[in-house]
Design a protein around this ligand. Structure first.
Ligand code: ATP
Ligand code: MG
Length: 306
């Protein structure tokens, strides 16, 4: 798989190798008219892009196999030349370099990211859509696609995770869907507890693994909390079986392990990915709002963090 891939920030000295990968990747596509700009780049172009902006490269055994260019202008980051050497395609490498670039763009102060996709490659548009990008404009020979960047929060302890949930709760309203991912014990339920406290719903919130879903009513007229654990669910058909629809519009619904299952519930969702630190209790939480409901909606949280 991609275990052997190492990501790092590109340096100007990477230009010749990066150009080789860009050419290989773009030549492997069906020819288009006019040809991709990428095919007319020379080393100086790539070097200049890496000096004026930056980039991300992926290496296997010290050998550059993937890369992209990243430019940040004010709030907006632009990715260009997203390339994976053809012999490394289809292993999730593109996803990893793009995720690396998004993290870098957040560090550089951007809030949104954009790409340009050629209209001749519907499969590439689909790939970007699956990664949260939506078409924002039609341009000659293609589309601009963009998405909000994730809000990234370092969470040192379980108490901090509760506090993050409580802060997040202030941004939530009836009908919201949250999809929480992260390994066993990452802290999905702990975060849900914080959200429950913030919403003021009836507890206790415990791992719903043995019941699949639990509804925590709100004592007033605030949203209830529907807490679902999709770990044992076979597929979205089963998720439909538990009759979530009845309660969705009056509740905030959080689905643990819901990635790939819960997306059909709504075209807008808040994706929360929790990643454990290697040798501490620290967690890194990536919050990504997808769809019209979330456009700019995480900005209050983003501002509190910076
Ligand atoms: N920084 C932290 N953030 C969250 N939880 C932490 C942190 N440090 C330690 N913990 C502990 O890690 C555990 C996380 O368990 P939790 O049930 O929330 O994970 P989960 O992602 O829901 O797991 P599962 O996939 O089994 O449902 C808790 O015991 C919590 O106290
Ligand atoms: Mg859990």
């Amino acid at each position: 798989m991609t275990d052997d891939l190492e990501l790092r920030v590109a340096e100007p000295g990477d230009a010749p190798e990066l150009l080789r990968v860009i050419r290989a990747a773009f030549s492997a596509r069906r020819p288009v008219d006019p040809p991709a700009d990428a095919l007319t780049d020379d080393v100086a172009d790539i070097e200049r892009a890496l000096i004026d902006g930056t980039g991300v490269v992926g290496e296997v055994a010290g050998h550059l196999v993937a890369g992209l260019l990243l430019e940040v202008d004010g709030d907006v980051a632009t990715l260009r030349r997203v390339s994976v050497a053809p012999e490394h395609a289809g292993r999730g490498v593109a996803k990893l370099i793009v995720e690396g670039a998004l993290t870098l763009a957040v560090d550089m102060g951007a809030r949104r990211v954009e790409i340009m996709a050629r209209e001749e490659f519907p499969e590439i548009l689909t790939w970007w859509r699956e990664h949260g990008f939506e078409v924002t404009a039609q341009v000659p020979h293609g589309y601009t696609m963009g998405r909000d960047l994730p809000v990234i929060v370092d969470v040192p302890t379980a108490d901090h995770m509760h506090a993050l949930g409580a802060r997040l709760a202030r941004l939530l309203r009836k009908g919201d869907i949250i999809v929480a991912t992260g390994d066993l014990g990452a802290g999905k339920t702990t975060l849900t507890q914080g959200i429950g406290m913030g919403l003021g719903v009836t507890g206790p919130i415990i791992s719903p693994t043995f019941v699949i879903s639990r509804v925590h009513p709100h004592p007033g007229d605030g949203p209830a909390l529907v807490h679902v654990d999709a770990y044992r669910l076979g597929g979205s058909a089963e998720l439909a079986d538990i009759d979530l629809d009845a309660s969705l519009s009056d509740a905030v619904t959080i689905v643990e392990w819901g990635s790939g299952l819960a997306e059909w519930l709504s075209d807008s969702r808040l994706e929360i990915d929790i990643v454990r630190g290697l040798d501490s209790d620290e967690r890194t939480v990536y919050l990504t709002g997808i769809g019209p409901r979330w456009a700019g909606a995480l900005d209050p949280l983003r501002e509190q963090l910076t």
